[in-house]
Design a protein around this ligand. Structure first.
Ligand code: TRP
Length: 434
């Protein structure tokens, strides 16, 4: 068997993981979830969830991946727990599932890039979303987005994913920061900041039962947890990386991008007098397009904005595809290129129903976020907390000067707080789903 690939550098790994995390979840989903679930109150719960639940869970995935140096399925066998491969199987299924509709949204974004250049949505942003979000052009650009994803992943871990995300992630950060500065100069910016950053604790307390599962679910989605992306990415790491430090950096950077996106989106919405509470999947697209159509310089800003969204979506899509490609090339006598192309085709086909109906699309998204991901995280956290346990601490210790009591503290946190939060989220989102 050919030698397994690795990252060329620690920075490369971190940027690839941030690239996976930073995506439509930050720029599209996060603002509209925040808008829908109470603005700053949601942000507060989200921040607690990302650092208190997401980060420890991410370290759990890292420990499995780096210890085993295998894909999501074989990793469990590799560290001596073959029965838990079921987690990997769920991960593969979830990867197919999420990428199938994620790529459809990626296709929408490409159509917004083109639409901005052509001024196609300037007259009627709402009608434009309607015309690009389902139907033939949706399918065509879903295919284009999938092809771009396949192109990068086919080049390999170092020459494809690492090289691409090294360019993509810094560009996203710099450009979003620039857009946020520009947004702060708009009339209405203050109202936008107020809604986004000034929590209404009464609203928070009375809606905790809906806010918590959505905030925790959003944290998992945004950090790419629950389906083995972080297991797979950590499997290409050397033993000298400090996983705790890397994980913290990844969560900080990912959260910053979400907050930056909010700082761009909310002032724009308020500048246009759009009510952020009237959100929904299409809302960010429609309202951003409305803003770009009307603001001076909107074409240029709009083009930059949608290009950033596109880059962010691509750097996430490649991680979803890599999970399944990694399994295929580890286990079958198939080259990376044919494996990537074949899997990309299957996922494209799976995405067709979402490209033809917004209801189906919404159902895919809900199933992923309310069932598949929380279930995946629950299983991973249970396994690492109660089964892998000491082995995981041992793995996190590699590349540090020893963790002291941090190791056991992390483990007990995972076993108790994280597990309860995750099971609670699973239960609440399941009830929401029914
Ligand atoms: N985190 C990405 C985003 O915010 C989406 C994503 C990529 C993802 N890989 C994932 C979500 C794995 C869940 C699991 O857009």
């Amino acid at each position: 068997m050919a030698q397994r690939e690795t990252w060329a550098s620690r920075v490369g790994f971190i940027l690839a993981a941030v690239g996976s995390a930073v995506g439509l979840g930050n720029i599209w989903r996060f603002p509209y979830m925040t808008a829908e679930y109470g603005g700053a109150a949601f942000l507060v719960v989200y921040l607690i969830a990302a650092f208190g639940i997401g980060l420890p869970a991410m370290l759990a995935e890292f420990a499995i991946g780096r210890k085993a140096k295998k894909n999501v399925i074989n990793a469990f066998e590799g560290i001596g727990y073959p029965a838990w491969q079921i987690i990997g199987l769920l991960g593969l299924v979830t990867g197919f599932w999420i990428l199938s509709y994620y790529s459809v949204v990626g296709g929408w974004v490409i159509q917004y890039v083109i639409g901005t250049v052509q001024g196609a949505y300037f007259g009627n942003p709402e009608a434009y979303f309607g015309s690009i979000s389902t139907g033939t052009s949706t399918i065509v650009f879903h295919a284009v987005f999938m092809a771009l994803t396949v192109g990068i992943v086919a080049l390999g871990v170092e020459d494809g994913i690492e090289a691409a995300t090294k360019l993509m992630v810094p560009s996203i950060l710099v450009i979003l920061a620039g857009l946020a500065v520009w947004g702060s100069t708009l009339p209405g910016a203050m109202e936008g900041f107020e809604y986004f950053l000034n929590p209404n604790f009464d609203a928070l307390m009375s809606n905790l039962d809906t806010i918590i599962p959505f905030a925790v679910g959003q944290a998992f989605f945004s950090l790419s947890l629950g389906m083995g992306v972080m297991i797979t990415y950590a499997s290409y790491l050397g033993k000298d990386d400090n996983l705790g430090m890397d994980g913290s950096l990844i969560v900080i950077l990912n959260t910053s991008v979400g907050v930056l996106a909010g700082l761009v989106v909310f002032p724009l919405l308020y500048a246009q007098g759009v009510d952020p509470g009237s959100a929904g999947a299409g809302a960010v697209f429609i309202s951003m397009a409305t803003a770009f159509a009307e603001l001076p310089g909107g074409t240029v800003i709009g083009l930059i904005f949608f290009l950033v969204v596109l880059v962010a979506a691509l750097s996430s899509a490649i991680s979803l595809l890599e999970v399944v490609v990694s399994y295929a090339v580890d286990n079958y006598a198939i080259g990376r290129l044919p494996a990537t192309a074949a899997l990309g085709l299957v996922i494209f086909l799976l995405g067709l129903p979402s490209a033809m109906s917004l209801d189906t699309f919404g159902l895919y998204d809900t199933v992923a976020n309310s069932l598949l991901l929380p279930l995946g995280v629950t299983l991973i956290v249970t396994f690492v907390g109660w089964v892998f346990a000491g082995g995981a601490i041992e793995e996190l210790r590699q590349g540090t000067d020893g963790l002291g009591s941090l190791g056991p503290a992390w483990l007990w946190h995972v076993r108790t707080v994280v597990l309860v939060a995750v099971v609670g989220t699973l239960a609440l989102s399941f009830m929401e789903f029914l």
